[in-house]
Design a protein around this ligand. Structure first.
Ligand code: NAD
Length: 361
């Protein structure tokens, strides 16, 4: 029987890389009935919202979705569709494997990390107050009452950073279970508990507590986020599975993408109790929109994660091996994987997908 999957093409380079991934997934022979759901800036113009209700309804019904990137205006304009989907569907865990494939130029010869990012709270909670607003002023007033030592510059904008024990417990447990399932040895919790003693302090204390249940099976350690950045650049292979609050997880994901050949390669999954949405780590790269230039690998590898999640391990292996073969040959790859980014022999998005499909045969 065909499995129904929601496909959200996204905007910018989204439609191109989504189509490439769809063709590669179909070439594995797994029977999928795609339900297309449009979200993003193009839909905003037609429907007045970048995230129509039917998109959420479709993912909720099918319980599995793959999504191209969606633009979020910087500083003003509509709120992130990506963050809204994760929160609305309670996709609490963002899983981002960072594996270096042979043939891809990188700082280190081998890397195989898994990043687990909390997806529902932290500074991404969307609780923000503009500068000079009466809410921000009232909040400053209230905080001064509660803490007379609190000092503010005049008229600050304020973003709230909630971190809860329940959400931390859930994400750290997810990280340990991911480690067990994937034969990993160590989980590292990343935080800034030396400065943010309440929020990050709670994250660290809770992580230490959850780790006790895995003693003897999976090692546990913690790192302060700034030190973690330096360590990842110098000695990434000292690490295995990283678990992080939302903001640090977002930033460290891009750092690790840089270690494995760039954003064009890094896949991801947003996972909840019964629903999962697969998407690349990268954004909509608007400057490459419609140019058939963007690297489809991150979306195709997100498809590999989706196939594994669907219990289609053999198809997932076939597709991943085909991607690995194309990367190793280094011929039919997009500009970002060539030594010279202006190499005229670079493949386009759809030609790289064709090469992956050929490599599966
Ligand atoms: P971006 O990931 O779109 O681009 C960063 C850099 O990486 C750019 O130089 C871009 O050209 C390059 N790049 C990205 N994907 C590539 C690919 N597949 N192949 C080759 N090169 C690639 O990040 P940005 O510029 O910060 O954000 C652009 C928009 O995307 C913003 O509106 C942002 O909010 C949004 N965004 C969406 C998601 C998502 O949908 N999950 C994630 C991140 C950013």
């Amino acid at each position: 029987m065909k499995r129904k999957v929601t496909l959200i093409p996204g905007d910018g380079i989204g439609p191109e890389v989504s189509l490439a991934a769809r063709r590669c997934i179909e070439a594995t022979g797994v029977a999928i009935d795609w339900e297309i759901a449009e979200a993003g800036s193009d839909v905003m113009e037609k429907k007045g919202t970048p995230l129509p209700d039917e998109v959420i309804a479709s993912v909720r019904k099918n319980k599995i979705a793959i999504k191209g990137p969606v633009t979020t205006p910087v500083g003003s304009g509509f709120r992130s569709v990506n963050v809204a989907l994760r929160k609305e569907l309670d996709l609490f865990a963002c899983l981002r494997p960072c594996k270096l494939y042979a043939g891809v130029r990188a700082l280190h010869p081998a890397i195989d990390l898994i990043i687990v990012r909390e997806n529902t709270e932290d500074l991404y909670a969307g609780i923000e107050f503009e500068e000079k607003s009466k809410e921000a002023a009232a909040l400053v007033q209230k905080i001064k009452e509660w803490n007379p030592k609190a000092r503010f510059n005049p008229d600050p904008a304020i973003s709230i950073k909630p971190i809860s024990e329940s959400a931390t417990r859930r994400i750290v447990r997810f990280a340990f279970e991911t480690a067990l399932k994937n034969g990993r040895k160590k989980v590292t919790a990343v935080h800034k508990a030396n400065i943010m003693k309440c929020t990050d302090g709670l994250f660290l204390r809770t992580a230490r507590d959850v780790a006790k249940a895995y003693e003897g099976k999976i090692q546990f350690e913690d790192r302060i986020v700034d030190n973690m950045c330096m360590q990842l650049v110098q000695r990434p292979n000292d690490y295995d599975v990283l678990v992080l609050p939302n903001l640090y997880g977002d930033i460290i994901s891009d750092l690790c993408a840089g270690l494995i050949g760039g954003l064009g390669i890094a896949p991801g999954a947003n996972i909840g109790d019964d629903t999962a949405l697969f998407e690349a780590t990268h954004g909509s790269a608007p400057k490459y929109k419609g140019l058939n230039k963007a690297n489809p690998t991150a979306m195709i590898l997100s498809g590999v994660l989706m196939l594994r999640h669907m219990g289609e391990a053999a198809a997932a292996d076939r597709l991943e091996n085909a991607v690995a073969k194309v990367l190793k040959e280094g011929r039919s790859v997009t500009y970002d994987l060539k030594a010279d980014r202006h190499d005229p022999t670079a493949a386009g998005t759809s030609q790289m997908a064709d090469a992956v499909i050929r490599a599966m045969k």
